[in-house]
Design a protein around this ligand. Sequence first.
Ligand code: NAP
Length: 238
Amino acid sequence: MGPSKVVLITGCSRGIGLGFVRYFVKHNWKVLATCRTPHEAVELKKVLQDHNQTEIIQCDVSFDDSIEACYQSVLTLGITHLDLLINNAGTSNDKHPFENPSRMKRDEFHRILDVNATGLAMVTNRFIPLLQAAADPLVVNIGSMFGTVSMVDVLTCASYRCSKSCLNMLTSLYALEFSDIGFLALHPGWVQTDLGGKNPKPPLTVAESVGKMSEVIAAFDKTKSGQFWSLDGYQLDP
Ligand SMILES: NC(=O)c1ccc[n+]([C@@H]2O[C@H](COP(=O)([O-])OP(=O)(O)OC[C@H]3O[C@@H](n4cnc5c(N)ncnc54)[C@H](OP(=O)(O)O)[C@@H]3O)[C@@H](O)[C@H]2O)c1
């Protein structure tokens, strides 16, 4: 067996991020699991310990200092390349999904954009050198069908939707800039997480969503770089 591949994932404390950690440790990847408050991420810590992985790395994608410290921690671990970066960290607001554009608040809109789009870009930018050191690197941005402009039919989640449209645009622009790195925006489906909500209950478990997304990731080739795909293996409008 060759050396294990290296993945860095943001927002691993719970939900889909934690699901990705469970998936990749089982598949013998070296997993660099990041989250905002490591001391509170009890479940994540246990999963990493059980699989002899390195400790949780702190990373709040809203702060450049935190991203830089995360990058330095990764270097200190002796990591010399990154095969996969999963920009998973995401947020919405307490009005989700009931937020018309006319009700948006400046601070709230900026906070959501900051995590879901700006933070994603800043993390990506910092890790470009390690990605370029990998043989066939890929950046996966966890988007949402809610970001698709052609699918706007109901008035929901205005700030969140704009942030996910932004994510799609960033994915395409990065693909244009870097031909040596793959970039993929990926819709996880409607998933049973805090963000997915409880009422009504979303149809997909985290494990189901992550399992399907991992198949799309494994089937990625550079002809798809910059595109937006569904967990079910078909391309979506950005
Ligand atoms: N669930 C769905 O149905 C669904 C559908 C479409 C897209 N998505 C996307 O899937 C991704 C994961 O969402 P989820 O459903 O797993 O939601 P979740 O359970 O609410 O988890 C969100 C994760 O993002 C982290 N996070 C929030 N702000 C952060 C920041 N500034 N820096 C670093 N991490 C931060 C949270 O950390 P803390 O614990 O520290 O808050 C948490 O780990 C998001 O990008 C979301 O938009 C989800």
